[in-house]
Design a protein around this ligand. Structure first.
Ligand code: MLT
Length: 233
């Protein structure tokens, strides 16, 4: 397994790609799928989301996502997984745009298979990798900070949680570093994260409950996949 903090399309060819954005895009996607939404359409830009919505019946879809971590004007939901409850999302198409996460998913489009991973479904992802025994790339979405995209510790911790569940994995150094970091800190992730950029930012704008939720390990046994422009469970 290779873990990538940034990547070009050729890195994914013929490989399974696992996309991780622990805080919070892939946690939101996994939660929405678990709670019975019909599908999620990830898009990069707000304008794309709005124009896609124009072609759908108003009662069939929800617009979700964030910019700077908060609700986008005119959207139904922010990027808080706690808003994606079953009474809200059941049977709905969700058009989602986030700063880094949905872009990372789209970036992996040339991969053989694209799996959406968060701490919440880490065992389901590892079980699948153990079963298929294929080359895999793990793509960490990272976080936008001061105008550039940055490495995020919360993504790397989720990589470690996946890798720790793979039998006899042949891994690169970033995957190995992720594994060591996870093993050392798995019992107190909040202590590890307390100085992390996006963790601190989300708490500062009132999303402590989201952070607590997203750092729960293996609570959903689902394996969302991105195929043909949509994510389904
Ligand atoms: C992103 O895609 O950059 C994140 O999910 C941001 C967030 O925490 O909402």
């Amino acid at each position: 397994y290779e873990t990538l903090d940034s990547a070009s399309p050729r890195d994914f060819a013929d490989k399974i790609t696992i996309v991780i954005d622990t805080l919070r895009a892939t946690s939101t996607i996994v939660t929405a799928i678990n709670n019975g939404c019909k599908e999620i359409i990830p898009v990069s830009e707000v304008e794309e989301a709005l124009s896609l919505a124009q072609n759908l019946d108003r009662d069939t879809y929800l617009l979700g996502g964030e910019r700077n971590g908060v609700l986008i004007e005119g959207f139904d939901l922010s990027n808080s997984p706690l808003e994606y409850t079953s009474d809200v999302v059941k049977g709905k198409t969700i058009i989602l745009t986030t700063t880094n996460g949905t872009k990372a998913i789209k970036k992996a489009s040339s991969a053989k298979e694209i799996i959406i991973c968060s701490m919440l479904n880490v065992k389901a992802v590892a079980d699948y990798l153990n079963e298929v025994k294929m080359d895999a790339v793990i793509l960490c979405a990272g976080t936008e900070g001061k105008g550039t995209r940055k490495f995020s510790l919360e993504d790397v911790i989720t990589v470690g949680a996946v890798i720790s569940r793979i039998d006899g994995a042949d891994i690169d150094d970033l995957s190995y570093a992720s594994l060591l970091l996870y093993r050392e800190n798995r019992h107190d992730l909040h202590n590890l994260m307390q100085n992390c950029f996006h963790y601190k930012y989300l708490i500062s704008i009132g999303y402590k409950d989201d952070v607590d939720f997203c750092l729960q390990e293996d609570i959903f046994d689902i394996l969302p996949k991105y195929y043909n422009g949509t994510i389904k469970g």
